[in-house]
Design a protein around this ligand. Sequence first.
Ligand SMILES: [Zn+2]
Ligand SMILES: [Zn+2]
Length: 349
Amino acid sequence: MKAAVYYAPGDIRVEDRPEPEPAGNNLLAEVLCCAICGTDLKLATIGNPRCHPPRIIGHELIARITHVGSQVGGFAVGERVTLATTVACGDCAYCDLGLGNMCPNAMPISYDFDGGFAEFLAIPPAAIAGGNVITVPDLVLDQFAALSEPLSCAINALELAGFKAGDSMVVLGGGPLGALHAELAKAVGASKVMVVQRSEPRLSLLRRLKDVIVIDGSEDVEALVKAETRGLGADVVVMSAPTREAHESSIRLARKGGAVSLFASLPSGASQITLDSRVVHYGELRVVGASDSRPEHVAKAVKLMESGKIDLSAVITHKVALADIHEGLALMKNKQSLKVLVYPRGSGS
Ligand SMILES: [Zn+2]
Ligand SMILES: [Zn+2]
């Protein structure tokens, strides 16, 4: 079968690989579609020591089950499934706390197990036992179901930030995850959603999102956000841009009593930021981190899609065949896309 395999930083090859083997304790599935994540782009550029090469990458996927091991219950051939990426150990203090995404022994799909940029995928016993395999109802189209995992990360982040219906939100950074945050906030019942982005063509891509105020980051962002929020600032500010400058300015966009979600990670070795304590202290701001998601969040993402309350069509800007994955990675790298979907058996439709 054809697969995209990570060998070393910047070295991803589309090549023939043996199809995964059926076993009594695993599931096999035919990958229908797999979206490119920022972490895939990172492997394609600077690499990541957590990914063990040679490894088939890709984790934002929808797949149809073709084999159910005799020891596996709860799944049937023909069902479509998506995955929560982080396979937690289930046996440590963080797993006991219900924080599997913080598990120090976690084995992510596409780092420790082969992922979805391939025609077929083996779903390992640990992922089945960990509840990482989420069934997708017929109503949800492949292209949207493939975004369950990134949407689940936004769900985790907005839950941690305490975002609720009627709240306003501003996202700094209008990449794929910024756009997903915007669509999620609308689905939750946001009173106002703003996205700040500096460069074209992403500014134009973001203008495809309905009922979202797109702010050009080269303008006076603080003044524009305050003008939209009765002079207060937003209830929730989401940091979805990996720059120090944006992080440091984020607290000035939140209203007093509001929250700032540090969703994007800054590069290792360049992650120290300065926050004005007086703004946080006198404003009773909550600055919260958010990283990854757990199976429960992926299940919520799928349910939200099934409800029809969220429409991700404007977030998907490109579809490519697996053979052309480097084109898709280049689109992401050059910020010419929002989400790019990869189809192992063709260019999709
Ligand atoms: Zn991802
Ligand atoms: Zn654990």
